[in-house]
Design a protein around this ligand. Sequence first.
Ligand code: NAD
Length: 248
Amino acid sequence: MSKTLIVTGASRGIGAATARQAAAAGYAVCVNYRASAAEAEEVVHDIGNAGGTALAVQADMASEDDIVRLFETSDKELGALCGLVNNAGIVGPVARVDEIDRAALDEVLNVNVASVFLCSREAIRRLSTHHGGKGGAIVNVSSRASELGGPNEWVHYAASKGAIDTFTIGLAKEVAAEGIRVNAVNPGLIETEIHERAGVGDRLERLVTGVPMQRTGTADEVAATIIWLLSDAASYVSGALVPVGGGR
Ligand code: NAD
């Protein structure tokens, strides 16, 4: 029986690592991407070469129509859904609150918050026993920033992840008796392109001294926690916000 997982923003970084590990764990993986078709196809190719099943589907997480189409395509091509990883996220510009502009704020809140509501809505309609589903698991990729606040860097981003923490707690309670577990991971300083692309390539080096383990983390270390939260090994875990940050 197929078990299908949708991972949003899976063309690189934590999403790509999650897609690869999920395929190795036996999931048929729907690899969502927005613009990086070549990178997404490479993830799918690697999964296929390793004997797994995956499909790349273009969809902008800022668009409700795209989100609906992503889930419909996954249903049609990969079969019954069993899980969702809400991973796609952006930091927006480096800016103090007194510098932020409305368009940047809208984009961060659309991609980091509204998309998580809408993807989860689509997943619940398929997974919930109230809707005739068989249950499943949702993992949201939040951030340690929700607790730290992101001052002088990106309070807008940190606050968007704060919304994800609260969403995780609330949704977990809402669907707990319908066979769906909802959890979050809160990564710390992880080696992906997100820092460089935001124009702060020196960020990991600058901030690593504040990490108790005195090192940055890898996308694979975050992915391993996500895979555990999706799995039956975490069958009594819901509403958890799991820090993956080399110590608190
Ligand atoms: P990344 O920039 O390498 O990956 C982000 C992914 O999201 C990319 O595949 C990108 O294409 C995708 N994406 C962005 N906007 C999208 C959209 N509108 N539609 C579809 N896909 C979109 O960064 P990453 O570090 O792998 O980030 C993954 C998640 O981890 C994000 O939610 C991020 O906030 C979170 N996170 C990262 C760190 C870190 O240090 N790297 C720390 C805490 C949390």
